[in-house]
Structure formats: C-alpha cells, structure tokens
Design a protein around this ligand. Structure first.
Ligand code: SF4
Length: 264
C-alpha cells in the first residue's frame, strides 16, 4: 500500500522555486521508495493527478518503447508524448511512431531543433561526426528543455538495467530546475519488456528483426552483434553512451547532503 499522505504532500508545494528545501526533498526520496513496488499504471495515474496537465512523457519510439506507450494509452491517454525529431531518425522509426499513434491514439507532439533540420544541416553539417555531444544537445536536450520550461514534470521510460548510468535512476526525483522526473519503468527488466510485448501482442519496431536491439539516430546506430550488450550499437566505438537527456536528469537531490546524486 502506498503512503497516501506522502503522495498528497507534493500538492502543497510546487516546483516553481529553483531551490529545493531538504525537508521536501526527503519526502520525494521516501515517496520514490514507496513506488518501488507500485505498478506502472499506479505511478502514471498518480503523476497525472499530481501534475496534469503540466506534465509530458518522452518517447524515442524505439524497440522497447512500446510497453510504456501502451500503458499510457490505457491509463493517462491525455498526457502528451514528446518525440524529439532530430531529422536523423531511420524512416522505420517514423513509420513505427505513426503506427503506434494510430493504434493507441497517443497525444504525440513533435519537437525539433531551433533551426529545424534543414537549418541545422546548413549551420552545422555532419556535427554528429565531429561533436556528437553537441549534436545531441542541439537536437535533443535544447528542444526538450524549451518544451519542459512551462511544465512541472517529465515521464521517461528509462530502466535501471539498461546502462550503468541508469542504475541510479529514482522513480520520482526533483531537479534543481524544479522539474519533477518520473521514471515508472525504472524497476522493469529487459525480460519484463519483452514479456509484456509478447503477452499483449504489441507491434515490434521494424528494425528489430535486422539486429537493431536499440535504435537511435541512423548515423549513430548499428545492428548489435551476437553476444554484445543491447545498447552497444549506439555510438559504437565511442565513449558516448547517452544522448544527454538523462545524464542531466538521473540525479535527484540527496536530502542528507543537498547535493545532486548525478553520475554524468
Ligand atoms: S544521436 Fe547522433 S545524429 Fe542523433 S542527435 Fe545525437 S549525435 Fe546527432
């Protein structure tokens, strides 16, 4: 049973302030712990009650995105889903996105870089080769920051078993910017994802059958070879493992130290 009083306590204080009182942060840490045994549906309903309509999810519409989108469509159908259109996606990803929108009736909103893709190419060319961190920043982090500026909370589909960095993800956290981050899938495993997809007969990303176990932008993704980690096809041969969206948001503010628990 979740601690209703703790969940309700967040309604008393909004994230408008950029400072985080440690007492409130303690509540968030406790709340996040309470959610460790909650279902994705329960966490999403709580988030919508708490923050709606000033809340949005993000999805990259890749191979393992579909369970969260399916559950959202059933439980919080009005919650917007932001799709960061970098202009570098595989055509198959855009087809898959459109298929899921049609099947689930998702409220998808497309975000792009400030210049749009043509403008980006004109100004920066193949920045993904020379400075992929900046390319991700301009195409993903900045557009999301702009969209989130007027919102109170962000729902993401990241899981702790995906990368060493994501092992630190909380189910609910609050950033110094004031934005709440909700990761309802944090406790799910890869096995849970594939079981959910099979049990519910959900459509698979068209590139999965070709060995793309994790799909990002086309220039930065290759198929995974036998025995490799499922995300090893992302930025292969580089130290880079994250686009920057979650490296800036995994951390929460530790109530004991008042320091962010980031692991960039
Ligand atoms: S994944 Fe690659 S192409 Fe996409 S935004 Fe990042 S660096 Fe650019």
């Amino acid at each position: 049973m979740l601690a209703t009083a703790r969940r309700a306590s967040l309604t008393a204080t909004g994230p408008e302030s950029s400072t985080v009182p440690s007492e409130e942060t303690s509540d968030i840490f406790t709340l996040s712990s309470d959610f460790e045994t909650a279902s994705v549906e329960e966490i999403l309903r709580w988030a919508w009650r708490q923050f709606g309509p000033k809340i949005a999810a993000t999805s990259s519409f890749q191979t393992q995105s579909v369970p969260l989108l399916h559950i959202m469509a059933k439980t919080v159908p009005d919650m917007p889903v932001f799709f960061l259109d970098t202009g570098f996606h595989f055509p198959e990803t855009l087809q898959y996105r459109d298929l899921l929108i049609a099947e689930f009736g998702l409220n998808v909103q497309v975000l792009t870089s400030e210049d749009g893709h043509e403008g980006f190419l004109h100004r920066h060319g193949d920045l993904y080769r020379t400075d992929p961190d900046r390319c991700c920043h301009l195409n993903k982090v900045e557009p999301l920051n702009r969209a989130m500026a007027s919102l109170r909370a962000w729902v993401s589909g990241i899981r702790r078993d995906q990368t060493a960095h994501r092992e630190n993800a909380h189910i609910v956290s609050r950033e110094r910017s004031g934005l709440y981050k909700v990761n309802p899938m944090a406790t799910w495993t890869r096995r849970d994802v594939w079981k959910y997809i099979a049990d519910h007969h959900l459509p698979e990303h068209p590139l999965l059958a070709s060995g793309y176990t994790s799909v990002g932008c086309e220039p930065c993704t290759r198929p995974v070879l036998a025995g490799e980690d499922e995300r090893s096809g992302r930025w292969a041969g580089q130290q880079k493992t994250e686009c920057g969206l979650h490296t800036a948001s995994i951390g929460a503010v530790d109530p004991n130290t008042n320091q962010e628990t980031r692991h960039d």
